[in-house]
Design a protein around this ligand. Structure first.
Ligand code: FES
Ligand code: CO
Length: 343
């Protein structure tokens, strides 16, 4: 009787998606609240990463035990220090060094190659951030999330079957508010956009003030009443952006940071730290529910867009003056040489 020889290549993880830019970015791995005692496994650019917490902070290792390839994230943290592989109990310190092999005597030497790959990890804005390369920049600045005058919360994660750059571009867009979010963030009867400025500086592209009228939504009305909100949008990393939305009359402002974890070329998870300087007495959950609804509407469009990778050739699609920020974003990332876009 012949024996079938298993083909182990089927078991390998997909090759990590290094595109020369994104591996050097900080990506949101999970929400800080989600990461408690138990380690978590996340996929960053096709690479499985184990994230875990000790009293010294958050840590990240490649989610692969060098001994027999078990997932370290399925193990546990011992003595508030070491990550233990669940298969044969090898223990790794926060630098990825194996510090204990239970099957050998105490005096036996631990082979120097017994190491897991260590990645940088940080906790900020209610998010655990991971970089699987050499960080090209500091973590994004979001002061409104950290000061007592504001009320922070984290929305998401939202799973999107699309390229992260398509999600960022959607976030830079104004003209869809009246359509995709019609009745919620705008109305087709008030779709005309004012002229607005776009600025480019080292490390960011952003708009001047963009006032948008949002009529009160009730059926049969002439939409005479409503509120003018002043938006400012900014992209500051290839996969991170923010906006502020200020009620022109009262100064009440909502800040949203949108940050994307690229799982693969055409799959991502979106985390949104949000902050506000009003309605502190309103239940946070109702803000989260609202953002969930808004994002669901965006996702529905983004997942259908073609081509799936963002086209960087400015002739490839039709740019309108309302797309100024999107064009600036495309030009900016084209200059970075990101390979996960259409040339
Ligand atoms: Fe991890 Fe053996 S596979 S200890
Ligand atoms: Co939208």
């Amino acid at each position: 009787m012949s024996m079938t020889i298993p083909n182990t290549s089927n078991y390998a993880d997909p090759a990590p998606l290094k595109d020369g830019v994104l591996e050097h970015e900080w990506h949101p791995a999970c929400s800080a609240a989600e990461l408690q005692q138990k380690p978590l496994s996340v996929i960053v650019l096709g690479e499985r990463v184990a994230v875990y917490r000790t009293s010294r902070g958050v840590h990240a290792l490649r989610d692969l035990c060098v001994h027999r390839g078990a997932m370290l994230s399925k193990g546990w943290v011992e003595n508030d220090r070491d990550l233990v592989c669940p298969y044969h109990g090898w223990k790794y310190d926060a630098d990825g060094k194996c510090v204990c092999i239970p099957a050998q005597g105490k005096d036996d030497r631990i082979p120097p190659r017994a190491r897991a790959v260590k990645y940088q990890a940080r906790e900020k804005y209610g998010i655990v951030w991971v970089c699987i390369g050499e960080p090209a920049a500091e973590l994004p600045d979001f002061a409104e999330f950290e000061t007592a005058e504001y009320r922070p919360l984290v929305c998401g994660p939202y799973r999107v079957n699309a390229a992260g750059t398509r999600v960022i571009e959607n976030f830079t867009d104004f003209a869809h508010l009246m359509y995709v979010h019609g009745g919620l963030l705008g109305h087709p009867d008030y779709a005309e956009l004012p002229d607005f400025e776009v600025y480019r500086e080292e490390g960011r592209v952003y708009t001047g003030d963009v006032p948008i009228f949002q009529p009160v939504a009730h059926s049969g009305s002439e939409h005479a009443e409503g509120t003018t909100y002043v938006y400012v949008k900014e992209v500051f990393r290839p996969l991170a952006a923010r906006l502020s939305k200020r009620d022109a009359a009262t100064g009440q402002t909502l800040w949203i940071m949108l940050t994307v974890l690229p799982v693969s070329e055409k799959e991502c998870l979106v985390y949104m730290p949000v902050s506000r300087n009003y309605a502190f007495d309103v239940d946070d959950q109702s803000f989260i529910d609202f953002q969930d609804t808004v994002f669901e509407q965006d996702k529905w469009i983004i997942e259908t867009q073609k081509p799936e990778l963002l086209p960087l050739d400015l002739q490839a699609e039709l740019n309108h003056k309302a797309d100024k920020l999107s064009v600036a974003y495309r030009k900016w990332i084209a200059g970075m040489g990101m390979r996960t876009c259409m040339a």
